[in-house]
Design a protein around this ligand. Structure first.
Ligand code: N1C
Length: 248
């Protein structure tokens, strides 16, 4: 009884800001201005609160996406698969060149967070959230947001894939399953793959999986691929005088 009481009293005090998704969401959201962040939090929460955390379908986030729609940023939209750290290290410094989903309000506000609900409660939980069942709140959000972001893609689109894997175009990835098939010609003119080459690379632009990527693209979208050393991407990130179009 004593342990339960102490745990019950200290639990909320010992919780760090990091594990309180509401304050993290609101403080990140506020950096974007222009939005009613409390209203967005409410739209976010309604997707998963009071539900079995394995029964949150992708569509549960439709109202959230409708409340904060993605703006098309033609020729600057960047997609990625298995290159999260390299991509965001770059886009954080070169917002003038490329924008990823994590550089938008919703992607930025929820990046790295864990959340779920529970039947019979209106709270948001951060521990014990399942990630293995198909309809879990975190995966469903990223699928919904990725689809919405890819839906507004336009002009010349860039994707950073990893030369450190044996299958850079992984058919099970969100990039393959959700994003690539949503690019529509003539709104999207081209898909330009930047293959990130680190030391001991396992693949490059010649990899057979990229043939599948070409085939998955809607007819009318031009495909290109360039092998680029990670060091060159970092150099372009750290030298603002390098023009975006000459980064690689
Ligand atoms: O499955 P992936 O990559 O191919 O997904 C990446 C792809 C990007 O182009 C993004 O637009 O899909 C979008 N996306 C995110 O922006 C994102 N941020 C954080 C997809 N997933 C995202 N996450 C988390 O990383 C999420 O939890 C998901 O399961 C992983 C996917 O990483 P990946 O396999 O490298």
């Amino acid at each position: 009884l004593i342990i339960v009481t102490i745990g019950g009293v200290l639990g909320p005090i010992l919780q760090t800001n990091e594990s309180d998704p509401k304050s993290t969401f609101l403080s990140r959201c506020k950096k974007f201005n222009q939005y009613d962040c409390q209203k967005l939090w409410d739209a976010f929460q309604q997707a998963y609160v009071n539900k079995d955390p394995c029964k949150v379908p992708v569509e549960a986030y439709d109202p959230l996406i409708a409340a904060a729609p993605f703006k098309p940023q033609c020729n600057k939209m960047m997609f990625w698969s298995k290159t999260k750290v390299v991509v965001h290290g770059f886009t954080a410094k070169r917002k003038d060149c490329f924008v990823t989903l994590e550089d938008t309000l919703l992607g930025y506000s929820l990046n790295g967070l864990t959340w779920c609900g529970k039947k019979g409660s209106n709270d948001t939980f951060t521990t014990g959230c399942p990630r293995t069942c198909e309809n879990n709140p975190v995966d469903s959000f990223w699928i919904r947001a990725s689809a919405a972001y890819a839906d507004v893609a336009c002009g010349d689109v860039t994707a950073m894939l990893s030369g450190s894997t044996t299958t850079p175009f992984d058919p099970t990835s969100t990039f393959a399953k959700v994003e690539v098939t949503r690019f529509k010609a003539p709104k999207v003119r081209s898909l330009n793959v930047v293959m990130v080459i680190q030391k001991n690379a396992k693949s490059n632009c010649k990899n057979a999986s990229l043939q599948k990527l070409k085939n998955a693209l809607h007819k009318g979208i031009t495909y290109s691929c360039k092998d680029v050393p990670e060091s060159r991407i970092q150099e372009c990130g750290s030298k603002p005088q390098i023009a975006c179009r000459t980064c690689w």
